[in-house]
Design a protein around this ligand. Structure first.
Ligand code: ZN
Length: 273
């Protein structure tokens, strides 16, 4: 049982082809002993990864995703190596919470897009069968689902493209986890967080783009409240094309409906690197 435990966190990376050679060899040797539990977990991870192929608008999604993950993994590895006292870290570097969260969100996003595509096809079939009088309502439903699917595909494109810039937003004088922004110049920004505290009253969390130009005012962007479990997923589908002209991203708490200029001190701030 203890030998299975050491492999438990490797299945996703293995299915993505992102596992180190020694870990890969160890896991494959273990699978060769005929462990049903681990074989089943690997099969599940492979199924999830295979869903990426259905959903990404890019022609070679798995390579791009792999590249994106490995790029993140390498930078995490560099920072964890400089931080650790011994050369052999107690925990594999790709197990860090940031990587795990990014991987899970990417897989979730791909799965979600695939599920919506299936629903859309079913809705289209229903629309084709419906009597003329009901057809307009069904067509509106299809249009709404198409819009939702387009957003999910955009999220996938942002998360899997190596050109995407990652920005960590640190909490300012509040007890809260950091937020992660992924910004692609054409596709937009995905901002995610877990266990994010609920703003008071009807207030919302609003995103601001802080320009590099001296004296330039923060540019207002989207606003959102975390869900009941504290999950926060914001998509800015059409950001101004100002990645290079932006110094930082900031989040403030604003009255319902948002503000044209910040009315409170930033709760999270992340500098562009
Ligand atoms: Zn096992």
């Amino acid at each position: 049982m203890s030998s299975c435990d050491q492999f438990r966190e490797m299945f996703d990376a293995y299915a993505l082809g992102a596992l180190d050679a020694p870990d890969k060899a160890a896991l494959e040797a273990h699978l060769a002993t005929g462990c049903d539990d681990c074989a089943k977990s690997v099969a599940e991870a492979r199924w999830l990864v295979s869903q990426l192929a259905y959903t990404s608008p890019e022609s070679a999604p798995s390579d791009k995703l792999k590249g994106r993950l490995m790029q993140t993994v390498r930078s995490e590895a560099r920072s964890s190596k400089t931080a650790s006292l011994t050369k052999t870290a107690a925990v594999p570097f790709w197990l860090s919470a940031g990587i795990a969260a990014l991987l899970l969100f990417t897989l979730y996003s791909a799965w979600n897009a695939h599920r919506m595509q299936e629903e859309l096809r079913a809705a289209n079939e229903r629309a084709a069968l419906t009597a003329q009088t009901q057809r307009t309502a069904a067509q509106q439903q299809v249009a709404a689902m198409e819009a939702q699917l387009a957003l999910a595909k955009r999220e996938n494109a942002i998360l899997s493209d190596p050109a995407t810039v990652k920005i960590m937003l640190a909490p300012q004088k509040i007890q809260a986890p950091q937020l992660v922004a992924m910004w692609h110049a054409q596709y937009g920004i995905v901002l995610t967080g877990q266990k994010i505290p609920m703003p008071s009253g009807n207030h919302v969390l609003q995103l601001w783009l802080i320009p590099k130009a001296p004296g330039a005012k923060p540019m207002p962007s989207e606003m959102l409240r975390p869900d009941a479990s504290g999950k926060f997923v914001m998509l800015v589908a059409n950001p101004p094309e100002v990645v290079a002209a932006t110094k930082a991203l900031a989040i403030t708490e604003e009255p319902e409906g948002g503000s044209a200029a910040p009315t409170s001190a930033p709760r999270w701030v992340g500098a562009m690197t």
